[in-house]
Design a protein around this ligand. Structure first.
Ligand code: 0X9
Ligand code: ZN
Length: 299
């Protein structure tokens, strides 16, 4: 089992990925989709028990400091391997893909240097790092804050996909049409968000996006009463462009694409205690099952 009573650093998470793939070779494939700027691997854990199935993809820790995300993916992987006997139907129905640490350099930096680091670690002229969740080629840099630019926490990069981490995700998703659902795991705020981020307009299939989100929230609430707020990023939260969520929706043609903002805690909201992990995991697992039950049959 992965340790779920504490947060795991990058090396520990990669060690778990190796362990689970060795222990469950008939279910787990580790797909190396590329490397970070500093050369750390981007590993997608694919869980499957047979060919020809549609899949749901999760990215977590694309924002380095959002440590509560990876445990929810680790928990799900454990449910679909170690605890498969309880979850067989979930693996029979479709494939599951997890990019546990989408921003390995930033995540490492948040462990060793700056707990609240958000961006990648590629240097710019003045400041280090790009916001990888602004770097996707989707209405890139539309409405960006040009005054802070490079040093801003939401710097979108020098060009779309300037960050190798984002390019690797894009290449992998485009090369894997079996993935028909996308969930970006973030914190914090207790939101289930769907497109758009760059405009207050509603997406074409807003009714479908909203219905699945409502169902996921009901499943979360049933665990312990926690309520998430649901809606488009722009309407519920703020304007955001170039996110993995909206890129998957618009550019990859994935009609059900979400961002889940997990509960906050601790200083500034990004530092919840490890004792919060188990409830967040239990709630997310219920939501993830609802998402997976609604995987579209095609893009
Ligand atoms: O600003 C972000 O990137 C996300 N919030 S966070 O506090 N985790 O940084 C929200 C992104 C939501 N984006 C879309 N659904 N488009
Ligand atoms: Zn985030």
């Amino acid at each position: 089992d992965p340790a779920l009573d504490r947060f795991l650093n990058f090396e520990e998470i990669m060690a778990y990925v190796d362990e689970v793939s060795a222990a469950f070779p008939e279910i787990v494939t580790v797909i190396d989709i590329g490397s970070s700027w500093e050369g750390r691997p981007l590993k997608v854990v694919k869980l499957s028990n047979g060919p020809g199935k549609k899949g749901i993809f999760f990215d977590s820790a694309i924002h380095a400091r959002e440590w509560i995300g990876p445990p929810t993916a680790l928990f799900a992987i454990n449910e679909l391997t170690e605890n498969l006997a309880d979850n067989q139907a979930l693996l029979d129905a479709n494939d599951w893909y997890f990019l546990l640490i989408a921003n390995p350099d930033g995540y490492h930096h948040s462990w060793v240097q700056d707990r609240f680091w958000r961006k990648t670690r590629r240097p710019n002229n003045l400041c280090v790092g790009t916001d990888p969740n602004r770097n996707f080629d989707q209405h890139w840099a539309e409405g960006a804050n040009l005054t802070e630019w490079e040093c801003s926490a939401t710097y979108p990069g020098s060009e779309p996909f300037s960050e190798p981490e984002c390019k690797a995700i894009s290449d992998f998703i485009l090369a894997t049409p079996a993935i028909t659902m996308y969930v970006a795991i973030h914190s914090y705020g207790k939101y289930i968000l769907y497109p758009w981020g760059h405009t207050n307009d509603l997406p074409l299939n807003v009714n479908e996006l909203d219905a699945v989100a409502q169902e996921a929230n009901a499943a979360i609430t049933a665990v312990n009463g926690t309520v998430y707020e649901i809606g488009t990023t722009a309407n519920v939260l703020y304007h955001a462009f170039g996110t993995s969520n909206d890129w998957a929706y618009e550019q990859a043609g994935i009609s059900l694409a979400y961002t889940i903002e997990l509960p906050g805690g601790g200083l500034g909201g990004f530092n919840p205690p490890a004792s919060d992990i188990s409830l967040v995991n239990a709630e997310c697992w219920e939501a993830f099952k609802v998402f997976a039950a609604n995987i579209p049959i095609s893009r």
